[in-house]
Design a protein around this ligand. Sequence first.
Ligand SMILES: [Cu+2]
Length: 314
Amino acid sequence: MFELLGLPLDASAHGPKLDQMTVVVHWLMLFLFVGWGSFFAYTLVRFRKGRNPKADYTGVKSHVSSYLEVGIALFEAVLLVGFAVPLWAERVNEFPADADAIVVRVVAEQFAWNVHYPGPDGIFGRTDIKLVSAENPLGLDREDGDAKDDIWTVNQLNLPVNKPVIIRLSSKDVIHSFGLPLFRVKQDVIPGEVIPLWFTPTMTTAQIIEASTKTVSISAADTSNTVLLAMVAQADYATTDGTAILARGDSMTPEAILFLVKAGIKEVKAVHSTPAEIACAQLCGLGHYRMRGFVTIQTEEEFKAWLAEEASYL
Ligand SMILES: [Cu+2]
């Protein structure tokens, strides 16, 4: 069932429980669909006019259908009270302490994600709506002592692996939705509210790329295959006489695909160019489609080095 649902790779600690819940609910729905569908077909035949020329005013006397309905209601109650509610409570009540987590502010706007890190002092500096400009999308007040070491990025969220992350979401304009499919996170962003969420990434971007790499068969017809064109090669490819066509990390362009086909290469190892994205999951305006950010999960050392590099630009 898991494969059938086409769920994306899971790279978060809480993801397997959510996926399991999704699978169980789908099994129940399949059972109900087949059950009620057959019952409907049965009644159409059993109570057809030919067999029942006169209405029967007593009707069915057996209680089988009532028992069935009670049984299904019980099963649904168990799913809800026993699984869904505790799972949800874990997501919204059992937040890790700020000290044990990476805390990041994400401020959504039409059509970008502004990411705010508190810097080495761990305190978010003052922001002021009057200071918001194209160069300062967060309205960060650099005069404020706590703001001096703050780091911000646009559409790029870097996080360390295996450490809880707390994200405080807010919006500058309309309702957006912060969606991280690989990390099983989706939360509406409401203007005027700060909404926290947390998760723990369990895979680095390098591991995600490795796990998402597919062997794709190619033909000359694929020069307009948008799925393939959004991918990058995960191996080096060359013609038989050794002329390089594609190197690992290169985009699959129509020209490259033609060269590959000409060189007799029928399969390529490739991966989506941005395997981990922040997708806005709320139709937030005309530019909604381009409101995508990128998530990079790094090892602790890589993350520290990245923070240091960003700090060096201040
Ligand atoms: Cu949006």
